[in-house]
Design a protein. Structure first.
Length: 540
């Protein structure tokens, strides 16, 4: 995708500079020509004048470049006016304010013709790098995950880097007790998963396959421009970074020899899910940082551990339900899985549980039959040790990558609660599988109760599962929303909801799942998505 022309960027910068405090420093990755007194224009990566500055403005082509730039900026001191100009932007660039900053007097943010300008004026000087971070990562800084990566090094640093990239040999740090680990080839720069993600994936398309253009660059704007395409055809020698960004974003990709049926919407989306999962696992910032941490021998924050909460009052379904948990691959670093089995009115046989789960860590609870359902879940939460909890139902089917896909969605969506839509449904009384209409990979206010994943500490802060016998899931979703949290729906193809003639806490009747307005596809018999990866023993 072409970026904004230098002349257009110059106009944006001149508009942002109008009335700013001088001297002003403009850092840029474009060929800017600014004819103004007391304004220094410096290309990124070259030496800058010494601070202080009255104003600092960073002008770049797009949001990925902005985030890469703020990570490598030299010391810029403090200033009263700090701004950002992005030539190609899909919307406004807000500012995430830190309480430690002086009072913000004016925040001028605008977006027009695919570009964005944000200028913040403070009552006193403020750290320039912090404000630029606050604009580049308005939805929250990703942090360094416990492994500090740098390109320069001072042995007297109180917080020295764990990894030095492309630098000359460095001496021992008294803080580390060793020299930083030198990495001359860190691999290609990671792709930010909060910019390249499947949010907004479309199940339909208005044009066919598009050939990958060698002139394309990896930007969110490129992804947006391809959402209406059936897919993108790639050829040998294609830019690997563009290919990875499109795959992370869920844009279906095919090679000349691929035999993928993109004419079938379900097959097309399954193909997209497999590609996005693989690309997010390999090319994201967390994956890149984990690889560097492994080389440096330091701990790094990766993905959270997961406690699956499985309440059941039906012993006949226990073996089936346990196998849905045991099949979870959960291959992401740090994403260990444990099970908290809450028998409601019975206590499961520990030997039987071990037979199905093998070495998977688990806790078995036995609660009286008259215990309110919300209290069953509360007891399971109290027994959980994972960073996040995932509620699973005892009668639904789960693909082996449900935990992985929800953790990935939690990372790229930044939502407080993630889940899957009840999109695929098996109507047991009439032996029919339906696929319901409705969006996925989007923010909303409803997810299937048997797929809800939430941070365990946040769950406690909002009151936990309510002490009610019915509509426990709806109460939790409402509590998250009331606290200002976000709810995100990932794809629903790895989850199959089972509906029987009775026994559901929410039961609108089978007709609800068969109306023409609700159903996009329907099959006789048991016809789940291929992502379920079920075996014959699971077929009803």
């Amino acid at each position: 995708m072409p970026t904004t022309a230098p002349t257009e960027t110059s106009l944006l910068v001149e508009r942002a500079l109008d009335g700013l405090k001088r001297p002003a420093l403009v850092l840029t990755d474009t060929d800017l020509v600014i004819d103004a007194e007391d304004v220094s224009v410096v290309s990124l990566g070259t030496p800058t004048p010494s601070p202080p500055f009255g104003s600092v403005l960073l002008a770049v082509a797009d949001l990925p470049t902005l985030r890469a730039a703020v990570a490598d900026l030299p010391g810029l001191g403090r200033a009263r006016v700090i701004g950002v100009v992005v030539g190609a932007s899909t919307g406004l660039l807000p500012l995430r304010i830190r309480p430690i900053w002086p009072a913000l007097r004016v925040l001028d943010a605008g977006a027009e013709d695919g570009s964005a300008v944000t200028v913040a004026r403070f009552a006193a000087r403020v750290d320039v790098a912090e404000v630029l971070d606050g604009i580049a990562y308005a939805d929250g800084l990703p942090g360094h995950g416990g492994v500090i990566v740098a390109r320069d090094y001072d042995p007297d640093d109180k917080v020295p880097p764990d990894v030095l990239i492309g630098a000359a040999a460095a001496g021992e740090s008294p803080v580390l007790g060793r020299a930083p680990v030198m990495v001359s080839d860190p691999g290609s720069a990671p792709l930010d998963e909060t910019l390249f993600h499947p949010i907004g994936f479309r199940r339909d398309w208005t044009r066919g396959l598009v050939d990958l253009d060698p002139a394309w660059t990896a930007t969110p704007g490129l992804v947006d421009s391809l959402r209406d395409a059936q897919g993108v055809r790639i050829a040998a020698g294609a830019d690997e970074r563009v290919v990875a960004a499109l795959a992370m974003s869920g844009v279906p990709l095919v090679g000349s020899d691929d035999e993928i049926d993109l004419d079938d919407p379900l097959r097309r989306e399954e193909h997209s899910v497999r590609q996005r999962r693989a690309a997010l696992t390999e090319h994201s910032t967390v994956a890149w940082r984990q690889r560097l941490a492994d080389r440096a021998g330091v701990r790094a924050a990766a993905y959270p551990s997961v406690s699956v909460l499985l309440p059941t009052r039906r012993p006949a379904l226990l073996d089936f339900a346990l196998r849905q948990v045991a099949k979870q691959r959960a291959t992401l670093p740090g994403a260990e899985v444990e099970l908290v089995l809450a028998g409601h009115g019975f206590a499961a046989d520990p030997a039987e549980v071990r037979r199905v789960l093998g070495d998977l860590p688990h806790t078995i609870l036995g609660l009286p039959a008259d215990t309110v359902f919300g209290d069953v879940l509360r007891a399971a939460t109290d027994a959980a040790g994972g960073d996040v909890v995932l509620k699973m139902d005892d009668d639904d089917w789960y693909g082996p990558d449900v935990v992985t896909d929800l953790l990935l969605a939690r990372r790229y969506s930044r939502a407080e609660l993630v889940g899957m839509p009840a999109e695929m449904v098996y109507l047991e009384p009439i032996r029919t599988t339906v696929r319901r209409r409705g969006p996925s990979e989007n923010y909303g206010d409803v997810v299937a109760g048997g797929t809800m994943m939430i941070d365990r500490s946040l769950l406690r802060e909002i009151g936990g599962f309510a002490s009610v016998p019915r509509h426990v899931d709806a109460r939790l979703l409402d509590a998250v929303s009331a606290a200002g949290g976000g709810v995100y729906r990932a794809h629903g193809l790895g989850y199959l909801l089972r509906r029987t003639s009775a026994g559901h806490t929410w039961d609108p009747g089978l007709g609800y799942f068969l109306s023409r307005r609700a159903v996009v596809d329907q099959w006789r018999g048991f016809r789940p998505s291929a992502l379920l990866e079920h075996d014959e023993s699971e077929v009803p």
